[in-house]
Design a protein around this ligand. Structure first.
Ligand code: ATP
Length: 217
């Protein structure tokens, strides 16, 4: 009998720059949700926001540096290398084709990103390709009373326990708890341009990269 395939975590973001909030979310998801690996997918041209402070190549390089010491993490350069806008649904379609219909795929989101889901291209189709797992983030709450109706209805219909991630390749919504870290890339860029130290907010090789390439000044 063939073994069921283990779940793969997919973690997209602008990563401008990648920081310990991102890394801790991915590590917690791996452990709490029983993921085999987590694939970081830096957005090339994020459609829902202004141009990032660092180029796609620099954000990709920083994601690689930040994840190099974790054997369960890897980085997918496809969105950065593509000339198309970075729509998650297109990435999920591509990965589903490449990985086959059975592999559980779990899209990882912080709660702020999850609350923005109704603005995403073809958002209701995301569950046809992957599960979604949502992590807490300081300053945001997953209170259904404060969500748009369509999103609250989706939570009600899809919410499941983490075990659901292994019993189907896609379709469930789960929540998981991480150590709350009020770190954001916006704050990191602001602190840096004001001349403040960024130590202990992001990994030393990323700090080094920012300083060598004179980013965010
Ligand atoms: P920015 O401040 O530039 O918007 P960010 O710090 O929110 O950046 P993104 O690259 O936009 O980082 O986020 C990628 C993903 O990581 C999103 O799903 C977001 O919710 C999540 N995330 C980022 N920082 C944290 C954090 N400190 N705690 C929990 N989730 C986070």
């Amino acid at each position: 009998m063939t073994q069921p395939e283990r779940a793969l975590g997919l973690f997209g973001g602008t990563f401008d720059p990648i920081h310990y909030g991102h890394l801790r979310l991915a590590e917690t998801a791996r452990e709490a949700l029983g993921l085999e690996r987590v694939r970081f997918i830096p957005a090339g041209r994020p459609p829902h926001r202004g141009t990032p402070g660092a180029s796609g190549a620099d954000r990709l390089a920083m994601a690689r540096l930040a994840t190099a010491d974790n054997r369960a993490f890897d980085v997918d350069p496809a969105e950065v290398e593509s000339t198309q806008a970075s729509f998650t649904i297109l990435t999920l379609e591509r990965l589903r084709l490449a990985l086959g219909p059975q592999r559980p795929l779990v899209l990882l989101l912080g709660v702020d990103a999850f609350l923005g889901l109704p603005g995403w291209k073809r958002w209701t189709e995301l569950f046809d390709f992957a599960h979604i797992a949502v992590a807490n983030r300081p300053g945001y709450s997953l209170d259904a009373a404060q969500m748009p109706d369509a999103l609250a209805a989706l939570v009600k219909r899809r919410e499941a326990a983490p075990e659901a991630l292994e019993t189907a390749p896609h379709g469930a919504l789960v929540q998981f708890a991480m150590t709350p870290l009020a770190i954001s890339a916006t704050d990191i860029r602001t602190q840096h341009s004001a001349g403040h130290s960024l130590r202990y907010l992001l990994p030393p090789p990323v700090l080094d990269y920012i300083s060598r390439h004179q980013l965010y000044i």
